[in-house]
Design a protein around this ligand. Structure first.
Ligand SMILES: *Cc1c(COP(=O)(O)O)cnc(C)c1O
Length: 368
C-alpha cells in the first residue's frame, strides 16, 4: 500500500508551510549517505549562508539539530544556562510559556514577564526588572501563538544595560521580520526548517556567538543528544555527531542559495511583509479584528467578532474549501484564528482565501 502524501490544500498555517517545486523535488529524491566530503561541503555552505542571513557577528557558529524548533529552545537553555543564572522569560503566549517550562524542568532560576495575549512588551514592563541581578533574557521574537512581534531594539538595549545573555527564538521571525544578530547583541538565535525557510519540518538551527560558545565549553554535558559542544566539534568538519535529517539539510542548501541569489534576508522579509499587508488590507468587511498590538509579518492573528467560533471557521475552510488556516489552542481556541504569510504563497492566494471567507458568509457558514 502506498500512503498518499501529497496535499492539495492551500496552506496558510505557520508550519509546516508550502514549499517551492524545487524543494519538493529534493524531498522526493533518494537520501544520500552523509559521511562524505560532498555532504560536509553542503553543511559548511549552509552554515556560511545562515550566518549572512542572520547578520551573525564574527566568530559565530551554527549548529544544525535534528528536531523541531523546541529542540533548539531546549538545547539553548540546557547548554548555555546553569543554576547560577537568573533568567527573564517573556511570556505572552504558548511559546513564551514553553521557555519558562524548559527553565523549570532544567532547574534554571527564572522570572516571567507576563503579558496579556496580543499585547506588546513595553519599557514599563521591563522597568521593574532593571538592575535586579538577572543574567539572561529569553524571548520569542515573534510569539507565534498570538501573532505579536516584540520590540527587539528595546530588548537589546535592556540586555546591554544589564549585561544579560540574550537568547532570541526567531523560529517564526527569521526571514519574516527584521533580525540582525550582531546589532541586537544576541548570544543565541534560533530558527527551524518548517517556518519561513519553507522546508519539511525536522531541522532546527542555533546560531551561537563566541560568548555562547564559551558558555557551552564551560558547561558539563547534561545529556548526549543535545550536547552542543559535540555538535560544534563535529561541525568543524561539516558533520554532525549523529545521523541528521539529511534530506532536509539538502533542501535547506537549495533554499539558502536561492535566498542569497534574490537579495538575502531583507528581500525576503520585505516580500513576506508585503504579503501580510496585502491580506490585512483585504479583510475590512469580514467579521475579524486584528488581535496583535504589534503584529509580526509571519502571521496575522484575527479576533473573530462574529457568532461562528474560530475553530469552526478553521474546520469549514479545511473541509469545504481545501484551505488550511491555523487554529489556536487553549483559551483562544474559539476566538482567535491565525493566517500565516510564510511559505510559497502569493497575493493571488490571499484572494482565494478572502473569496472563500466571503462565500462562507454568503452561504451562512460564517455568521457575522
Ligand atoms: C514554531 C515555533 C517553535 C517551535 O515549535 P516546534 O513545533 O517545536 O517546531 C518555537 N517558537 C516559536 C516562536 C515558533 O513559532
Amino acid at each position: 500500500m502506498v500512503a498518499k502524501r501529497d496535499c492539495d490544500k492551500l496552506n496558510f498555517t505557520v508550519g509546516p508551510v508550502m514549499s517551492s517545486p524545487e524543494i519538493l523535488e529534493i524531498g522526493g529524491s533518494q537520501v544520500p549517505y552523509f559521511r562524505t566530503a560532498e555532504f560536509s561541503a553542503v553543511m559548511k555552505e549552509n552554515e556560511q549562508i545562515m550566518r549572512e542571513l542572520m547578520y551573525a557577528p564574527d566568530g559565530a557558529r551554527a549548529v544544525f539539530l535534528t528536531g523541531s524548533g523546541t529542540a533548539a529552545m531546549e538545547a539553548a537553555v540546557m547548554n548555555c544556562l546553569t543554576e547560577q543564572d537568573r533568567a527573564i522569560v517573556v511570556n505572552g503566549g504558548s511559546f513564551g510559556a514553553r521557555f519558562a517550562q524548559i527553565c523549570q524542568v532544567h532547574g534554571i532560576p527564572y522570572q516571567e514577564s507576563r503579558l496579556a495575549a496580543g499585547t506588546a512588551l513595553t519599557a514599563e514592563d521591563l522597568a521593574p526588572l532593571e538592575g535586579q541581578g538577572y543574567t539572561a533574557f529569553l524571548v520569542n521574537l515573534g510569539e507565534t501563538s498570538t501573532g505579536v512581534l516584540y520590540d527587539l531594539p528595546l530588548i537589546a538595549d535592556f540586555c546591554r544595560r544589564n549585561g544579560l545573555f540574550l537568547v532570541v527564538d526567531a523560529i517564526s521571525a527569521f526571514l519574516a521580520d527584521e533580525l540582525n544578530m550582531e546589532q541586537c547583541g544576541a548570544g543565541v538565535v534560533l530558527t527551524g526548517s518548517q517556518k519561513a525557510l519553507a522546508l519539511a519540518p525536522g531541522i532546527s538551527v542555533l546560531m551561537l556567538s563566541e560568548e555562547a560558545q564559551q558558555r557551552i565549553a564551560q558547561h558539563p554535558a547534561r545529556c548526549i543528544y543535545f550536547d552542543l559542544s559535540d555538535y560544534l566539534k563535529n561541525m568543524e568538519r561539516g558533520q554532525t555527531p549523529f545521523t541528521p535529517a539529511v534530506g532536509i539539510l539538502l533542501e535547506m542548501n537549495c533554499r539558502l542559495r536561492e535566498l542569497q541569489a534574490v537579495g538575502g534576508a531583507e528581500a525576503e522579509h520585505r516580500r513576506i511583509g508585503a504579503l501580510a499587508n496585502d491580506f490585512r488590507s483585504k479583510i475590512g468587511d469580514l467579521p475579524f479584528e486584528l488581535f496583535a498590538q504589534t503584529p509580526s509579518n509571519a502571521v496575522t492573528a484575527l479576533r473573530v467578532t462574529g457568532k461562528t467560533p474560530a475553530n469552526e471557521i478553521f474546520e469549514t475552510l479545511k473541509n469545504d474549501y481545501d484551505i488550511f488556516v491555523c487554529p489556536n489552542g487553549g483559551e483562544l481556541k474559539e476566538t482567535v484564528l491565525r493566517v500565516g504569510h510564510i511559505g510559497c504563497l502569493t497575493a493571488k492566494d490571499n484572494d482565494v482565501l478572502i473569496a472563500a471567507l466571503r462565500d462562507m458568509m454568503a452561504k451562512g457558514k460564517m455568521i457575522p
